[in-house]
Write a protein that binds this ligand. Structure first.
Ligand SMILES: C[S@@+](CC[C@H](N)C(=O)[O-])C[C@H]1O[C@@H](n2cnc3c(N)ncnc32)[C@H](O)[C@@H]1O
Length: 454
């Protein structure tokens, strides 16, 4: 048997913010679904090395994490990382999800990122069956998938790539060769200015910038079957699961600006699923990160104002200083004052607006949809100020041995400078902050990037 492709060419180690339980719980609350927070069990299907779970375990150590992946090599990599960073609460299994002996214990969150479209149809069925069986009554499942109509253009790339890829050679050699072959094709269209040539070149220029592993697994893999949102929800419904929301909050139909919502209502009326599908047509969407709940639970509805006030509010990487709206600017000013530490929504509401009315939760959720800040249900563990003996997050320290792109305690990717990288590598908790007196600004910067452990 030929060697398994993910053993030969492992997937990159990436933490996905949209899969974080603290984030998913916040999105759920905004749709009136009270998902559990704290001391939760999290299962990830097709977890690669389990890096996503390992990163979560650093900032939410009270949860329990289980990851499953068919690739023995990736799981061994993950176990080595877990041992190195001292992650006690992450268990990784090398097997197919179909062979996982689960013992029937339920999970509050089940994640399948980059899995559904990339496995054969029988495994997709098994995935939903497993979610139905193992999801706790108030739990939330997350599934990402490539979707049409946006993927129609990308499918053109995939078809061309598969036609032009040599059958033999190592993964790296095959990717190098197909890059050359596609480049030659893009330079030799018979009608160089025609619509086909232009669309092809545009897509190819974007795709050619992707890294080899992505190229290989997204475009050359045996399975990568995009589908329409309505097809996806139908498949999920067949297994007793219903659509709750999109995990990227601002991409939800209900979170669109008024003018867009009017268009969605014109076509979809009060049918939420049809409105969501029409939004994909309007946006040309090619990727979804969908949250599902048990079909027996109440359908998604209005936000839960009390629930929203229990959340924390934090700056987004793109949070502006001000936007010219007095109420939103008041929240932004508070956030700027508080630095990287997520602030309780209730406190912000009370401090700024006095008695908290229903307006405050609505404003907080609107600002989230508009991309001014983020809401979270958990309390990530990290030091937002430099302590006497600063210690960097062990996972970030491990990453910093080979890259400046690190995962922080908010489950986000942050870039550090070469100097920050060198200092971070020394922060194992044994050295006093005073030893870095000439680099105190660097220590502060690392704290502001949520890279220090508490
Ligand atoms: C596209 S990768 C995504 C990896 C990771 N979730 C991410 O997004 O970074 C798909 C993963 O699913 C795993 N996989 C494929 N079929 C599987 C199965 N039947 N059971 C468990 N894992 C499987 C592969 O080994 C691979 O690691």
């Amino acid at each position: 048997m030929s060697q398994y492709i993910y053993d030969l060419s492992p997937y990159a180690d990436i933490a996905y913010y949209q899969t974080h339980p603290g984030h998913m719980a916040a999105v759920s609350l905004a749709r009136g679904h009270k998902a559990p927070v704290g001391n939760v069990r999290v299962l990830e299907l097709g977890c690669g090395s389990g890096f996503n779970l390992l990163a979560m375990s650093m900032s939410n150590p009270d949860n329990e994490y289980v990851g499953i992946d068919l690739s023995r090599v990736q799981i061994e990599n993950g176990k080595a990382i877990a041992a190195e960073i001292g992650a006690q609460n992450v268990t990784l299994h090398a097997c197919s999800i179909e062979d996982f002996a689960d013992g029937g214990e339920q999970f509050h969150y089940i994640i399948a990122h980059g899995f559904y479209c990339w496995v054969p149809p029988t495994v997709r069925d098994s995935m939903f069956a497993m979610m139905k069986r193992l999801l706790a009554p108030d739990g939330v499942a997350y599934v990402s998938y490539n979707t049409n109509p946006g993927w129609r253009l990308r499918s053109l790339m995939r078809d061309g790539l598969r036609f032009l890829t040599p059958a033999d050679g190592s993964p790296a050699e095959r990717v190098a060769q197909v890059r050359t072959n596609m480049g030659q094709l893009a330079d030799s269209f018979l009608d160089a200015e025609g619509m086909y040539a232009q669309a092809f070149r545009d897509e190819w220029t974007k795709l050619n910038q992707e890294q080899d592993y992505y190229f290989l697994h997204e475009y050359l893999a045996d399975f990568c079957d995009p589908l329409y949102f309505e097809e996806f929800v139908k498949h999920a419904a067949g297994h007793g699961l219903r659509f709750l929301a999109e995990s990227r909050y601002w991409t939800n139909a209900h979170a669109q600006p008024q003018a867009v919502r009017a268009d969605l209502e014109r076509v979809g009326g009060d049918d939420l699923l049809r409105r969501e599908q029409y939004l994909d047509w309007m946006a040309g969407r090619y990727f979804r990160q969908t949250l599902l709940i048990h079909a027996e639970r109440n359908p998604p509805g209005e936000l839960d104002p009390e629930g929203i006030l229990k959340l924390r509010i934090l700056s987004d990487p793109d949070t502006p200083e001000e936007i010219g709206d007095p109420m939103r600017d008041a929240v932004l000013a508070k956030l700027a004052e508080g630095g990287v530490e997520p602030l309780p929504a209730s406190a912000i509401g009370a401090e700024i607006f006095g008695p908290v009315t229903f307006l405050v939760p609505t404003l907080l959720v609107q600002g989230w949809a508009e991309g001014h800040w983020a809401l979270r249900a958990d309390t990530p563990v990290f030091a937002s100020k430099v302590s006497e003996r600063p210690e960097a997050c062990p996972l970030a320290r491990l990453q910093a041995t080979s890259t400046t792109l690190l995962t922080n305690r908010l489950h986000r990717r942050v870039d550090v400078t070469a100097e920050e990288q060198q200092v971070l590598l020394q922060l194992d908790g044994t050295r006093a902050a005073s030893e870095f007196s000439s680099q105190s600004a660097v220590l502060d910067a690392l704290a502001a990037k949520a890279l220090l452990a508490r």
